[in-house]
Design a protein around this ligand. Structure first.
Ligand code: PLP
Length: 359
């Protein structure tokens, strides 16, 4: 077998043992004579998977019964629209923090639905950064406050979440379940699964149940959180296979010591690469230090030509996906939960070697 070190930003690396278990169960799931993909989403075999996945997420986050875990479709991009469709009532204002490309997209969609107040905008700042969350001037009575916890392209991450009077809504697509946080601070959290949680096709939404009730009857049934809450995400056929893999990833995450264990590993992984950047004058980090992401590590080399050679030579050594997002260039190492420590050590060794030859 020749698995590479997969630094892709999303879809991204999955735990090897998850893929191996899925492979052994692919054709026949637990002696049922068929694949889990072939089971009815309303049968007891699939239902056990569905319920176990929800319970694992509740356990990992310590969620109370006032929150619901939903499995939706359409990615985080659909949540950019669903959040204001459900929560931004007529005559209300929603506060948004624009911290980068993803924050900008969320704002663009919300503006189609209603009135948006941009609290702060660091989306064009170089070096990349998050706004100072202590100096924000919230709109009194705002429908909600929207933040992006980790800007996947910029490589910047919110290290602490603000305490807000209005419900706090977060796009956590690229750092969900990578570290500890207090979920009780939030009204709604969403994340496309394909970075830290599993394959694409399923979107995790955690919503405070009272907020799901607020929806206008003018919204089509499928776009209401209330619908999916009432039907336990079985209103329509869910992406059963994606949820099955997500469930295996959640079990794997629990084995890593849950969020506390995972956070420790993630810190250590990121610190190794940042140390390599800071210990050289050849590599330059693109994010302000206090906002550096533990998930997406972005840096530059002295020239674009060298960056191109870096990506090419790394690829030849089985380190794939290091090219920065097409909108910003540079190098991006995405090191989500499932990215192995040996891959970090391989990258750091490669960086030192590359600098010696080209610096
Ligand atoms: C990847 C990403 C998205 C887009 O997710 P889709 O599931 O492709 O819609 C949104 N927000 C953030 C922070 C992301 O990293």
């Amino acid at each position: 077998m020749s698995r590479v070190y997969n630094f892709n930003a999303g879809p991204a690396v999955l735990p090897l043992e998850v893929l191996q278990q899925a492979a052994t169960e692919l054709v026949e799931f637990k002696g049922t004579g068929m694949s889990i993909m072939e089971h009815s989403h309303r049968g007891k075999d699939y239902e056990a998977v569905h319920v176990e996945a929800i319970d694992s997420i509740k356990k990992l986050l310590g969620l109370g019964d006032n929150y619901a875990v939903l499995f939706l479709q359409g990615g985080a991009s659909q949540q950019f629209a669903m959040v204001p469709m459900n929560l931004l009532g007529e005559g209300q204002v929603a506060d948004y923090v624009n911290s980068g490309a993803w924050g900008s997209k969320a704002i663009k969609e919300a503006k189609i639905i209603g009135k948006v107040n941009v609290l702060a905008d660091t989306s064009k700042d170089i070096p990349t950064r998050m706004p100072d969350m202590n100096s924000l001037k919230y709109t009194p009575g705002a429908a909600y406050v929207h933040v992006t916890s980790n800007e996947t392209i910029a490589g910047s991450q919110l290290k602490a979440f603000p305490k807000t009077a209005s419900p706090l809504v977060a796009d956590m697509s690229s750092d969900m379940l990578s570290r500890r946080f207090d979920p009780n601070q939030f009204g709604l959290i969403y994340a496309g699964a394909q970075k830290n949680l599993g394959p694409s096709g399923v979107t995790l939404v955690i919503i405070r149940k009272d907020l799901a009730e607020k929806v206008s009857e003018k919204i089509p049934t499928i776009f209401r959180y209330k619908t999916h809450l009432a039907e336990n995400s079985l209103y329509n056929t869910p992406p059963c296979y994606s949820i099955y893999i997500l469930n295996l990833v959640m079990k794997w995450l629990l084995k890593q010591g849950g969020l506390e264990g995972m956070e420790k590993i993630n810190r250590e992984k990121a610190a190794k690469i940042y140390a390599a950047i800071d210990g050289s004058s050849f590599y330059k980090g693109t994010a302000v230090k206090e906002f550096r992401s533990d998930m997406n590590i972005t840096f530059r080399l002295p020239s674009e030509a060298l960056e191109e050679t870096f990506v090419k030579e790394a690829s030849a050594q089985k380190m794939k996906g290091l090219k920065g997002h097409r909108s910003v260039g540079g190098i991006r190492a995405s090191i989500y939960n499932a990215f192995p420590m040996e891959g970090i050590d391989a990258l750091v060794a490669f960086m030192k070697d590359f600098e010696k030859k080209n610096g």
